[in-house]
Design a protein around this ligand. Structure first.
Ligand code: F6P
Length: 359
């Protein structure tokens, strides 16, 4: 067997653990040759690949980033204004690959689905700090990002407390509020704002004033994709040629400006940015990445192509690429962590949200 591996989209912690699991499993159990495709789909477009030895895949388990490199720009179907998918398919055949394991998020899985329709044998492995992939309860990288954000909240709490300030922390997560919700609950935030529930500024002011009657500081965790009711998300820039053309960011500064005019105390904003994606994966993410990688190798060995490894009801299984492509998964009202937060009086900037969850 000759199997390609690529990592696509934004990096996250656990990518190397997954590469190692896929490659070692296939080498040890199926005597497979492993071809590392460099820089995501860029490697297929620019013909940059290298054979991975067993030694190349050793010692990489705790490393952040990806030894293969990645790109969240290269899209074979829209590359510098051209559809280069036929070139990519020819290169796949020239390389003599039996299949490619694609480790990525929704952008990668959407491209993978299109390539699978052209005849490429693909097994998908879900990764992203955003935790927003369809059909899976979890993606590796998410738990590590949540730990990093939680630590940041703990740090903001001590300085916010000393100065009696409103501390706003902006997280990543794109159009989903998973990181903000989980880290906000783990860090004991007073207000959590997520894209799934557009906020009302009056409600945030109310929550901060209520908090001020008990404690003279507040912690607000805001997801980069959060937006006001009848308003828009804060966009940093738009990028052409990318499967993910909108770069979000800046909502914490917007909110700081708005709250300063409404509240008595001082307000400070921190955007954590790419710190959330860097460094080593947690032990738990290493284990999860290893499990999904080994599971993907098993699908390859059984020639079960066109599928993505997912976790459902705490078990690993697989679904069709088309079930995952071109969609994302947000926080729903029946989410237990959301409901617990509401029970504890954490505000989501929405009047009577608790009453609508049915908890
Ligand atoms: O999808 C992962 C992610 O980190 C998002 O949370 C964020 O919006 C985006 O990628 C940032 O992308 P870039 O690395 O291109 O700035």
């Amino acid at each position: 067997m000759r199997i390609g591996i690529l990592t696509g989209g934004g990096d996250c912690q656990g990518l190397n653990a997954a590469i190692r699991a896929v490659a070692k499993s296939l080498m040890l159990n199926n005597n497979a040759e492993i071809i590392g495709i460099e820089d995501g789909f860029d490697g297929l477009l620019k013909r940059h690949v290298r054979q991975l030895s067993y030694a190349d895949c050793s010692g990489i388990l705790p490393l952040g980033g990806t030894i293969l490199g990645t790109s969240n720009k290269a899209n074979p179907f829209d590359y510098q204004g051209r559809d280069c998918s036929a070139d990519v398919m020819s290169y796949y055949h020239e390389l003599g690959l039996d299949a490619v394991v694609m480790i990525g998020g929704d952008g990668t899985m959407s491209i993978a689905y299109e390539l699978s329709k052209l005849g490429m044998n693909i097994v998908g492995v879900p990764k992203t700090i955003d935790n927003d992939l369809m059909c899976t309860e979890r993606t590796f990288g998410f738990q590590t990002a949540v730990s990093i954000v939680t630590e940041a909240i703990d740090r903001l709490r001590t300085t916010g407390h000393s100065h009696k300030r409103i501390m706003i922390l902006e997280t990543m997560g794109r159009y989903a509020g998973w990181i903000a919700l989980h880290a906000g609950v783990a860090g004991g935030a007073d207000v959590i704002l997520i894209p799934e529930f557009p906020y009302d500024l009056d409600e945030i002011v109310k929550a901060c004033e209520l908090r001020a009657s008990e404690q003279h500081y507040s912690i607000i965790v805001v997801a980069e994709g959060a937006k006001p009711k009848n308003g828009a998300m804060a966009v940093q820039e738009t990028i052409s040629d990318s499967p993910d053309p909108i770069r979000l960011g800046g909502i914490s500064d917007v909110l700081k400006g708005q709250l300063e005019t409404r509240l008595k105390g001082e307000v400070r904003a921190t955007a954590l940015g790419h710190i959330q994606r860097g460094g080593s994966p947690t032990a738990n993410d290493r284990i999860f990445a290893t499990n999904v990688g080994a599971f993907a190798a098993k699908l390859v060995a059984e020639k079960l192509y066109g599928r993505v490894v997912v976790q459902q009801k705490n078990q690993l299984t697989s679904v069709l690429l088309e079930q995952v492509a071109n969609q994302t998964r947000g926080v729903a009202k029946d989410n237990i962590t959301l409901q617990s937060a509401l029970c504890l009086g954490i505000s989501f900037g929405v009047e009577n949200l608790k009453a609508t969850t049915g908890f």
